[in-house]
Design a protein around this ligand. Structure first.
Ligand SMILES: *[C@@H]1O[C@H](CO)[C@@H](O)[C@H](O)[C@H]1NC(C)=O
Ligand SMILES: *[C@@H]1O[C@H](CO)[C@@H](O)[C@H](O)[C@H]1NC(C)=O
Ligand SMILES: *[C@@H]1O[C@H](CO)[C@@H](O)[C@H](O)[C@H]1NC(C)=O
Ligand SMILES: [Cu+2]
Length: 147
């Protein structure tokens, strides 16, 4: 009777693992800034610390309104190096999402590579990156599935 109970428990644990493990491997989707979205003056470095770690194949969703007479434009660029990120020098930056692309459900960027990603807003020749603090670094870890 006791052995049978043990076997039943083992089967129950196995079933639980089968249900729980694939869940832990699934890539997650993060709205950058949460309710604040992608905007001037929010501390995205702090957001990354609170939300991380990020894993390969997780995605970041940038949402921001298209510009009009009363609102400012935003955009998303990737810097090529830490030095360019720190100085907000956009000369060699790669455009990821233009001023219209954050509308609606936003622009989704999948973190495919396990390298540092230096995200910045490219508006006003770097002013949104410097004074506006619209910048953050994410370095995805290898997927939890492979650990
Ligand atoms: C933003 O948050 C980071 C991490 O918490 C902190 O080190 C930094 O001083 C903050 N920046 C400002 C301007 O408050
Ligand atoms: C500009 O966009 C904002 C945010 O989408 C909206 O609340 C506002 O009504 C718009 N203003 C004009 C003049 O269209
Ligand atoms: C990420 O997704 C790609 C394409 O779906 C897949 O080939 C790759 O194995 C995934 N990598 C990880 C670490 O999950
Ligand atoms: Cu901006």
């Amino acid at each position: 009777m006791e052995a049978k109970g043990g076997a039943t428990t083992a089967v129950a644990v196995l079933l639980l693992l089968l249900v729980v493990v694939p869940e832990a491997c699934r890539a997650e989707r993060f709205v950058v800034g949460d309710a604040a979205r992608w905007t001037w003056g929010y501390n995205y470095t702090d957001w990354v610390i609170r939300k991380g770690p990020f894993f390969q194949n997780d995605s970041l969703v940038f949402t921001y309104d298209p510009p009009n007479a009363t609102t400012h434009a935003h955009s998303v660029y990737l810097m090529r190096s830490l030095a360019e990120y720190q100085s907000c020098n956009l000369k060699a930056a790669k455009l990821v999402a233009g001023v219209m692309q954050g509308a609606g459900s936003g622009y989704e960027f999948v973190l495919k590579k396990r390298k540092p990603h230096y995200f910045v807003c490219g508006e006003r020749a770097g002013l949104h990156c410097t004074a506006g603090q619209m910048k953050f670094v994410v370095k995805p870890k290898s997927s939890a599935c492979r650990d």
